[in-house]
Design a protein around this ligand. Structure first.
Ligand SMILES: N[C@@H](CCC(=O)N[C@@H](CS)C(=O)NCC(=O)O)C(=O)O
Length: 302
């Protein structure tokens, strides 16, 4: 498959989650590099204001949130366990906690080392912009608050929990599932940005981390955002199938936790795990946005 276009940036942990899945599945993909904070004009056109990263595009279908992207990869590659919905209840609970509370604990617990890492990867000016942007997100977030000290304890307990779970090569068996990729990205980020080596005192986590790293990130080429928008313009959204609604209605969908900017459109399909919105824009025509239900809120829009 070489039709997947990932809107991503280098130091984005959730982008890394998907890059590793693409590596595991051995896929070719294309990347649109976006800034670590808005403005992101092409994504505004394509995803209608959804502001989290990564976003994936296949033609005129747009997948918001790593849950939706992973589900698409799972379905098109036969690696069913990349879809968290296909995993055990225990793995689902682990991944949900790891992708939110533990991820935030890694960020909050990183302290000033994170700023040094950011400046190393971007620039001092972009680091300042980044801090102001994330402070604005934090003010409107609806997440558990924690001090840096509490955050570090959460991370340490999480690594101990992983060490205890790793009786097999991967967290929930002999092959990786979505939960492994959820656990990978925060540890990767911590190592990249703060050079913190949580794995040092957890040998089984260290060996697991090396196995995950060995998957690589697939093979990708970069394209510019205008080319990606042309791809959307020249395509039609794929057929909706059984989940299509007989009577579409106007709704607004927003993340329930942080970066809660809503996206509005016509709800044209839904199933137990996802919603599909139809949107129109003069630059790209009709696109379908696929969003997960977990972690999102849907409200009627007039
Ligand atoms: N639940 C989302 C979380 C994504 C997320 O938090 N991404 C970070 C970057 S790694 C983000 O969007 N930060 C704000 C931004 O980049 O504008 C997912 O799984 O995709």
């Amino acid at each position: 498959m070489n039709d997947l276009i990932l809107y991503q940036y280098d130091i984005s942990p959730f982008s890394e989650k998907i890059r590793r899945m693409l590596g595991y599945a051995g896929l070719l993909w294309r990347a649109v590099e976006v800034r670590p904070m808005p403005p992101r004009p092409a994504l505004d056109i394509l995803a209608g204001g959804y502001r989290k990263i990564p976003v994936a595009q296949i033609g005129a279908d747009v997948f918001c949130d790593t849950q939706s992207i992973a589900r698409h990869i799972a379905r098109t590659t036969g690696h069913a366990a990349l879809d968290i919905q296909a995993c055990s209840a225990e793995a689902r609970a682990f991944a949900a906690r790891t992708d939110l509370d533990v991820f935030l604990a890694f960020i909050i617990g990183a302290g000033p080392g994170l700023l040094v890492g950011l400046a190393r990867h971007t620039s001092v000016l972009d680091t300042l912009r980044f801090v102001m942007d994330r402070a604005a997100i934090a003010r409107k977030a609806r997440v558990k608050t924690m001090t840096p000290g509490q955050a570090r304890k959460i991370v340490a307990a999480h690594v101990r929990d992983m060490e205890a779970r790793l009786d097999n090569a991967f967290l929930f068996g002999d092959t990786p599932c979505a939960a492994d990729f959820s656990a990978f990205h925060s540890l990767w980020f911590s190592r990249e940005m703060t050079r913190q080596d949580w794995q040092r005192d957890a040998p089984r986590v260290g060996a697991w981390f090396d196995r995950m790293t060995a998957f690589g990130t697939g093979t990708h080429t970069f394209i510019d955002a205008e080319t990606a928008l042309d791809v959307a313009r020249d395509a039609e959204p794929r057929a909706l199938g059984d989940s299509a609604l007989a009577q579409p209605r106007r709704v607004r969908i927003a993340p329930a936790d942080y970066a809660r900017d809503p996206v509005s459109g016509w709800l044209v399909a839904q199933d137990e795990a996802s919603w599909t919105l139809r949107r129109e824009h003069a630059r790209v025509g009709t696109v379908h946005l696929h969003l997960p239900r977990q972690g999102y809120e849907l409200t009627p829009a007039d």
